[in-house]
Design a protein around this ligand. Structure first.
Ligand code: ADP
Length: 251
């Protein structure tokens, strides 16, 4: 479970990115975080894996007090939290399999890092993760030969190979065409169901958020202004979240 209790996050310049956030997210939920650009969506998810430090209140991930963690504690927290970005963050000149194997590097002894040696177990895990996102046949293809949707699936496989309990996704389909975006959203939904993985995703496509996520958190100016079932999101709710300025869907 992830629990925010009266969380505030203030940037060094004094700007409050989050104000009095109170929320509990159970294991296995699929949450879409929506709101205008600059509302605080990224700030919200980045506090969960300590990419940002909260400045007031309490934040727990599986009963661990995130604020108190230091070096090794932060690394342990992040082993259980996969992060997916809009830009995929892949080594495009390397093969798909190599990109997935990279997820094991932080845990490897120095000599294996140096020689780039992976165990059979690591290779098996990487291939299983590629199978889970339907691109096992691309294992030995260079990433720059793949479509955007396939590249996002490689990023998802790299995260799955760590077997995290939680995936944070920051606008994972923002740069994809509508058909591919739907497919990638479907991948997330399947992984959420089959593996009971918690997914917390920032997304500006309202229609995709409402179709795939089960819970919606609406953030406006650093505050949660809606938290409920995706199916209960009405026009009125959207007007509140977006302050009457609904973003124009690009597709
Ligand atoms: P979103 O993901 O909803 O687009 P962010 O969480 O990225 O919004 O940002 C929330 C607010 O915090 C924005 O108004 C942004 O300008 C501000 N912000 C983001 N990063 C910083 C920073 N390093 N210093 C000061 N303000 C920041």
């Amino acid at each position: 479970m992830i629990e925010f209790k009266h969380v505030e996050m203030q940037y060094p310049n004094g700007f409050k990115g989050l104000k009095d956030i109170n929320v509990q997210i159970e294991q296995g939920e699929y949450v879409a975080v929506i709101g205008l650009s600059g509302a605080g969506k990224s700030t919200f998810i980045r506090c969960i894996n300590r990419m940002h430090d909260i400045t007031d209140g309490e934040l727990y991930v599986n009963e661990t007090d995130v604020r108190k963690l230091r070096g090794a504690g932060v690394r342990k927290l992040r082993r259980n939290i996969g992060m997916i970005f809009q830009s995929f963050n892949l080594v495009t000149r390397a093969t798909v399999l190599k990109n997935v194997l990279v997820s094991f590097v932080p845990e490897m002894p120095a000599w294996r890092k140096l020689l780039g040696v992976f165990t059979q177990e690591e290779k098996r895990k990487a291939l299983t993760a590629l199978d889970q996102v339907g691109i096992l046949d691309k294992a030995f293809v260079r990433v720059d030969q793949l479509s955007g949707g396939q590249q996002q699936r490689v990023a998802l496989a790299r995260t799955l190979a760590q077997t995290p309990g939680i995936i944070l996704a920051d606008e994972p389909v923002a740069s994809l065409d509508p058909v591919t975006a739907n497919q990638v959203m479907g991948d997330f939904a399947r992984i959420n169901k089959e593996m009971n993985m918690t997914i917390i995703m920032n997304i500006h496509h309202i229609d995709l958020a409402l179709e795939y996520a089960t819970r919606v958190i609406g953030i406006r100016a650093g505050e949660i202004v809606y938290d409920g079932h995706a199916k209960d999101v009405t026009e009125e709710v959207l007007n509140t979240i977006y302050n009457g300025q609904r973003p124009i869907e690009e597709d």
